[in-house]
Design a protein around this ligand. Structure first.
Ligand SMILES: *Cc1c(COP(=O)(O)O)cnc(C)c1O
Length: 423
């Protein structure tokens, strides 16, 4: 069966034929390639096309697909049992790996997705502060829990539905939305809701409205405002964690959050999330403390194995290589934009990058929405035809992996040059 056949069959059985909305290509048009296999920096579809992949499963495949170490570790683990529902040695090993790398994290709890991590982290923040209100940023995505589905960027923005039906006014009433890179908008809310804000949750490098630029003072400013108002600072590092730096964004920017959430990279392509931070807060989690949170498959041995192999593969050399290759890609795309005289900007932090069809920097959700998304759709289609699979929305980060060698980067830049010239 071709991708087209598979999509029409799947669409009869599953909403949009997909398991997560952006995969359906609604923002860019056309039929999404159904993937048969992936290796290194490429994915191959059922129609026999091979693409250079910049989705990277939305971040987890930082070492590249089917990395030999990860595959070998999984093959060995699968023979020892796929789930126990009882403690296993792997969990503490994985926790140690995280605690060693991230100075602000003293203890962690494993869950199964980024969504679970953020919803559990705000439960803990609310319990610890005995306050109800959560402050997030327009365009910030923190998974699909009710309290976060308010101006949530990415898939939500792609469908022009900033609020989802089914989110009750009760669930939404304790969420406030500030403007990213605008400390005054944060201060205003903290003053209006004085004594009620439990936590500020922020993507320390926004990736879910595209990689957003911000002032050096913004994250330290959030820390100071939290301290002034007795609110906790939560860094949602589900995307940035172990991608932008060995010690996550908190280490890259030298700002210490109270709690952090993880996912994506720490699962190495298997379903994992985690939240962690100050030990005094984490000890409030059940069974040490009263804040309930549980999971049948949490700390799953296969997921821990893939995550451990991935973290161990992320050496200083690999981070240096990710930086070099990503910088080459950025420079190549910038040259291609200039040559084609197309208005656009490439914004990057480490191996996360977005090409925005925008005049000048993109600093917040309004800027991201003001980009030429029709032009992005045309660009996306041209790149796909030339064997480069970008994330299928102009609100997304592209993910460079350790397997993106010079050949892949050069091929991507040549394709971009051709496509941009024809726009
Ligand atoms: C992907 C993502 C989530 C949600 O993680 P899932 O595993 O998809 O539930 C939350 N926060 C951020 C910043 C993300 O990028």
């Amino acid at each position: 069966m071709t991708s087209k056949d598979l999509l029409s069959r799947a669409a009869e059985l599953m909403p949009g034929g997909v398991s997560s909305p952006v995969r359906a290509f609604k923002a860019v048009g056309g039929v999404p390639p159904f993937i048969a296999s992936a290796s290194g920096c490429t994915m191959t579809d059922v129609d026999g096309n091979t693409y250079i992949d910049y989705i990277g499963s939305w971040g987890p495949m930082i070492l590249g697909h089917t990395h030999p170490d990860v595959t070998a570790a999984l093959e060995a683990a699968v023979r020892k049992g796929t789930s126990f529902g009882a403690p296993s040695p792997l969990e503490a090993e994985m926790a140690q790996e995280i605690v060693d790398r991230v100075p602000s994290v003293e203890m962690v709890r494993f869950v199964n997705s980024g969504t679970e991590a953020t919803m559990s982290a705000i439960r803990l923040a609310r319990a610890a502060t005995k306050r109800d209100v959560i402050l997030k940023f327009a365009g910030g995505y923190h998974g699909h829990a009710d309290s976060f589905l308010i101006q949530a960027g990415s898939g939500v923005a792609t469908f022009g539905a900033p609020d989802s039906p089914g989110v009750t006014p009760g669930a939404a009433k304790d969420t406030r939305v500030a403007r990213f890179d605008d400390l005054e908008s944060v201060r205003t809310i903290l003053e209006q809701d004085k004594g009620h804000v439990a936590a500020i949750i922020v993507e320390p490098v926004p990736g879910n409205m595209g990689v957003t630029r911000f002032d050096d003072g913004f994250l330290p400013g959030l820390r100071a405002l939290c301290d002034e108002h007795g609110a906790l600072l939560i860094f949602d590092e589900v995307m940035t964690g172990f991608r932008v730096h060995r010690g996550c964004a908190s280490s890259l920017f030298g700002v210490t959050p109270d709690l952090s959430t993880f996912g994506k990279v720490i699962g190495g392509g298997l379903p994992v999330g985690a939240y962690g931070g100050r030990a005094d807060l984490m000890r409030m989690i059940s069974p040490s403390g009263p804040v309930y949170q549980a999971g049948t498959l949490s700390g799953n041995p296969l997921a821990m194995t893939a995550g451990l192999a991935t973290l161990r593969g992320l050496t200083e050399n690999v981070y240096a290589q990710l930086e070099t290759q990503s910088a080459k890609l950025q420079a190549g795309l910038e040259d291609a934009l200039r040559e084609a005289v197309v208005t656009g900007v490439v914004q990057r932090v480490g191996s996360m990058l977005t090409l925005f069809f925008h005049d000048g920097p993109v600093r917040n959700f309004d800027d991201a929405k003001a980009c030429d998304h029709d032009r992005f759709a045309a660009f996306f289609g041209g790149m796909l035809e030339r064997g480069v699979h970008l994330p299928p929305s102009g609100y997304e980060a592209w993910f460079v992996s350790a397997a993106h060698d010079d050949t892949a980067i050069n091929k991507t830049v040549s394709a971009a040059r051709e496509v941009l010239r024809g726009l």
